[in-house]
Design a protein around this ligand. Structure first.
Ligand code: 6PG
Ligand code: SF4
Length: 609
């Protein structure tokens, strides 16, 4: 299939811009790949320490027989419903490795924050930087340097980007990502959102709200909205870093275990076949462009406009919001999964899932086909759906073509998409550069112009809402929420009050240098405003009553203030003590160095460069 000219142009622009950093990166992984590693190179004490805990026959294998050794990086904990199933995976992986004459060791555990638990609390100020902590923790594990391949176990928001950034610093290793899958559907996301809005208006009490939330989030597995966690899964499929079709197979079933075993077979298959497919080679400019296209075609999380910039940078590839915006003009919206619709990821999988979207994008020339993946069959393998058959002679994993959409309210072909353009837009103007997810906003709310009301915290906005001060057309500006100010938290708790105002017919919007959740959607929000207010960005000059225009069609974000007056204004100052006080007791002081060192949101909010 001929490549779409826009995909071709964007990829060429990325390749040209990245040439110096990408060639340096490839040289580094060549050097690492040629360095002899493992048991027969290390000192005897090192070897003894590395394998002391292995059962004797495994020790023999990995030392005497130089059997391949897999490093497992696991983000298991009980705080994320999505990660709870991962506790049992290392046992399955070691068992499968042993069957294949290899060994596997947990190289390291990495931390994982549940953004649902910390949403709206001071703990959320650690969330973005936990991504780079996870990358560093991945490096701590893999730096034992006794591995021939790696398996990355993780699903949620900052965890997959962190694991990927870490793994790319070991780009010489074949690496497969292993998910756990979504929980079975409970109370629908729309129903949940409705109860939240009733609670915001005082129409239901805490007992009713807790009952609704607990019915939505009711067991192990990933939450079923298409937020950052499930956008991660879609992108892992589009980048060819998963076993094909594994993303949205639910945990606690035999197929999930078989796919985990298949990840071991896939990683060892690369090692034994000596197929040159280390992760640093798979993740190239075309792979990154494919991920961008898949994000846009599914109205994925706005967080990936930060994370995938950082992921690309870890592979020596430089992308920016112009690249996303240009691609968004050519990539159609092919799926509607909450918050971009009412279906959840289980319905998305039923209707065709990632395989359907990837097939449609490939056939429309909107994904590169000539890419490396962890599978020999290349990216076409990811247009197929796995199943596991039981019984004599039939047992085993098999894949079938995804076929036609089984629900065209959830996934549609590229020839008749939900929208001709992708779900994410770049906004520019005298307030800086920002992004908006338009795919989840009602058409008649894509352009909002109203007087601004300035807030220095999300709590201040919630208090003003409760006091009835926002019952009007208003652009709510929440500043001092960028990476350097307070770690760039998600302000998703503002969705219910703003949605109530929108539901009353007021024309409302949010403008912030902070983030929103991948699960945010219906209220127009210009987010990630760069440069952030704490770095001298123009949000610091805005005042109550200034008219602000957010135009998701023209791609602009402007303060309608007389230019001379605007130039005369000095910036407001952040009350740093306020941030310190409300953040005490959740460890935010430990992240002061990362706040100081973070690059801008558009550069991925990287803290390691
Ligand atoms: O980016 C994301 O997808 C969010 O961070 C998500 O992981 C988080 O859990 C939300 O807070 C969930 O939504 P609710 O808070 O509405 O449950
Ligand atoms: S999707 Fe969000 S709320 Fe759900 S488990 Fe993952 S981080 Fe937590």
């Amino acid at each position: 299939m001929k490549l779409h000219p826009v995909l071709e142009a964007v990829t060429a622009r990325i390749r040209e811009r990245s040439a110096p950093t990408r060639s340096a990166y490839l040289a580094r992984i060549e050097a690492a790949a040629s360095r002899d590693r493992g048991a027969d190179r290390m000192g005897c004490a090192n070897v003894a320490h590395a394998f002391a805990a292995l059962p004797d026959n495994d020790k023999f294998r990995v030392v005497a027989e130089r059997a391949p050794n897999i490093g497992i990086v696991n983000s298991y904990n009980d705080m994320l419903s999505a990660h709870a199933p991962l506790g049992s995976f290392p046992h399955i992986i070691k068992d499968e490795a042993r069957k294949l004459g290899a060994t596997a060791q947990v190289a390291s555990g990495v931390p994982a924050m549940c953004d649902g638990v910390t949403q709206g609390t001071a703990g959320m100020e650690l969330s973005l930087f936990s991504r780079d902590v996870i990358a560093m923790a991945t490096a701590v594990g893999l730096s034992h340097d006794v591995f021939d391949a790696a398996l990355m176990l993780g699903i949620c928001d900052k965890i997959v980007p962190g694991l990927l950034i870490g793994a790319l610093h070991f780009g010489h290793l074949p690496t497969v990502f292993v998910p756990g899958g979504p929980m079975p559907s409970g109370l629908s996301n729309n129903e949940k959102a409705k109860v939240r809005e009733q609670a915001a208006q005082g129409l239901v009490g805490r007992a009713e709200l807790l009952e609704a939330e607990s019915k939505a989030y009711h067991t192990q597995g990933t939450c079923t909205f298409y937020g950052t966690a499930n956008s991660n899964q879609m992108l892992m499929e589009a980048m060819g870093l998963h076993v094909p079709g594994t993303a949205f197979i639910q945990p606690q079933q035999q197929l999930r275990e078989e796919l985990t075993r298949e990840a071991v077979r896939t990683a060892l298959g690369i090692v034994k076949a000596r197929r040159f497919a280390p992760i640093g080679r798979i993740v190239d400019e075309r792979c990154i462009a494919n991920a961008m296209a898949a994000l846009l075609a599914t109205g994925g999380s706005t967080n990936h406009l930060i994370h995938w910039v950082a992921v690309a940078r870890a592979a020596g590839i430089v992308i920016d919001w112009d690249d996303f915006d240009r691609l968004s003009g050519a990539v159609p919206l092919l799926s509607r999964v909450y918050p971009n619709g009412s279906a959840d990821v289980n319905a998305f999988q039923e209707a065709g899932g990632p395989g359907y979207v990837i097939r449609e994008l490939l056939d429309a020339g909107l994904m590169h086909e000539d890419v490396l993946t962890v599978r020999e069959g290349g990216i076409r393998e990811y247009t197929r759906v796995p199943d596991w058959a039981e019984g004599p002679g039939k047992a085993g994993l098999k894949w079938t073509d995804v076929g036609a959409s089984r629900d065209d309210t959830v996934v549609r072909p590229a020839r008749e998409p939900f929208s001709a353009t992708g779900g994410l837009r770049l906004l520019q103007g005298n307030l800086g550069r920002s992004v908006i997810k338009v795919s989840a906003v009602p058409e008649d709310r894509h352009v909002i112009e109203a007087p601004a009301r300035i807030f220095d915290s999300q709590e201040a906005l919630q208090s003003a809402f409760k006091a009835g001060e926002l019952d009007r057309d208003v652009v709510c500006v929440v500043r001092w929420q960028g990476p350097q100010a307070n770690g760039m938290p998600e302000l998703h708790k503002l969705t219910p009050p703003l949605a109530v105002l929108q539901g009353k017919g007021f024309r409302v919007a949010l403008v912030t240098d902070g983030r929103m959740s991948g699960a945010s959607g219906k209220v127009p929000a210009a987010i990630h405003v760069s440069p952030e207010a704490a770095a001298g960005g123009p949000l610091a000059k805005l005042r109550d009553g200034d008219v602000v225009r957010l135009d998701g069609v023209a791609g602009t974000l402007e303060a309608r203030v007389d230019p001379q007056e605007w130039d005369r204004r000095g910036p407001a100052k952040m009350d740093a003590r306020q941030a310190q006080d409300n953040g005490f007791g959740v460890g935010r002081e430990l992240f002061a160095g990362m706040r100081r060192n973070a690059t801008a949101a558009e550069e991925g909010a990287c803290t390691w460069l």
